[in-house]
Write a protein that binds this ligand. Structure first.
Ligand code: C2O
Length: 346
């Protein structure tokens, strides 16, 4: 119990930031007079996040407008698009906890991965909602586990749109090139036809979601060890693939480290990051529905871990993992679409 409390403190957002790259965040955090604890909304409404291939033109226009407004906010405003990207970066090994300056915080590659991103998306979506004053607004999920969305979604591919990012893999432009979930998709020795690529992607999905996810340790990844001086290196199955694959596929091939999407620190500068993570979050909900054996970790170190995010009023808010485990309590669910990989045999 004590160990849990000790660990929990170390995993929360660092207040003495070290990076000079983000002096702005540093300055803002120092000025924060108050952190409030998260409270659930009282309304019991459930919003349905749709698959990206099914959203209406009107919905796309709203999404563009919301991101346009987010990008137009002062870059010091923690709700601005630039600061949203920095908040993701802050949890990606750029900062050290106050009491452990030698160990950078890293929420990837361990069981913190899924809940951290669920919370991040929750606040990001809420901010977008408030910017367009539309309480129904939701971000769609990039349903790349279905052939209907195994290409770059065209709404992200218009150079004049706020959803566009020039730092992306050129090959995906035009929304015809299929995503390929293999380690070395460009290996000339192993060219696949489109039909074969789709079949292979579905097999990868089944492998990651079922075969390699028999236990919660396998699905979520290893425990986060705040006492370790090494970066966590135990990603769960769905973090490894499709999650990491999508990052590497979408990141530019011309930037030194695959920016934006191919480098965790810059990934959230690309608006496509958020629809990608909606799908990762959806895969978590699907995994839990696949079997009654599939359960969230119940260790108190996991449940009591806290993160800090800014809400739609730019109020710094402390959340705990235990409060995000039930999406309907957070007011959303994912639209039911066919899951083609479930019937794949391997
Ligand atoms: Cu925080 Cu997909 O990365």
């Amino acid at each position: 119990q004590n160990g849990g409390l000790k660990n929990m403190k170390k995993v929360s957002f660092p207040l003495n930031l070290k990076s000079t790259e983000n002096i702005e965040i540093n300055r803002r955090i120092k000025n924060v007079s108050k952190i409030v604890d998260f409270v659930f909304e009282t309304s019991s409404r459930i919003r349905v996040r749709p698959a990206i291939q099914n959203i209406t033109t009107q919905h796309i226009e709203k999404y563009k407008e919301a991101i346009r407004r987010m990008k137009a906010l002062d870059s010091n405003d923690p709700r601005s698009f630039a600061q949203q990207a920095l908040i993701h970066g802050a949890y990606c090994d750029k900062y050290s906890p106050a009491d452990l300056p030698s160990m950078p915080l890293e929420i990837h590659n361990s069981w913190l991965f899924l809940p951290f991103h669920r919370w991040f998306l929750y606040f990001h979506e809420k901010i977008l909602r408030s910017l367009i004053e539309d309480d129904d607004f939701v971000i769609p999920f990039w349903n790349y586990d279905d052939p209907a969305s195994m290409t770059l979604p065209s709404m992200f591919d218009e150079p004049t749109s706020p959803l566009y990012d020039p730092l992306r893999n050129e090959e995906l432009r035009g929304s015809t090139k299929l995503l390929d979930f293999r380690q070395n998709p460009n290996d000339p020795e192993h060219r696949l036809t489109d039909v074969e690529t789709i079949q292979n992607n579905l097999q990868v999905m089944k492998l990651q979601m079922v075969t390699h996810s028999k236990t919660s340790r396998m699905f979520f990844g290893g425990k986060y060890n705040p006492d370790s001086l090494l970066k966590p290196d135990t990603p769960g199955s769905c973090e490894r693939a499709p999650h990491n694959f999508i990052h590497n596929l979408v990141g530019s091939k011309l930037t030194p480290k695959g920016q934006d999407m191919g480098l965790l620190y810059t990934a959230a500068r690309d608006p496509i990051f958020y629809t990608h993570h909606m799908n990762v979050d959806r895969l978590w909900t699907l995994w839990k529905d696949l079997s009654s054996e599939n359960k969230d970790p119940h260790d108190s170190d996991f449940l009591e871990t806290s993160f800090l995010f800014y809400d739609e009023k730019a109020q710094l808010t402390r959340v705990k993992i235990k409060d995000c485990l039930n999406p309907s309590a957070l007011g959303y669910r994912y639209d039911n679409v066919p899951i083609l990989w479930l019937n794949k045999t391997r």
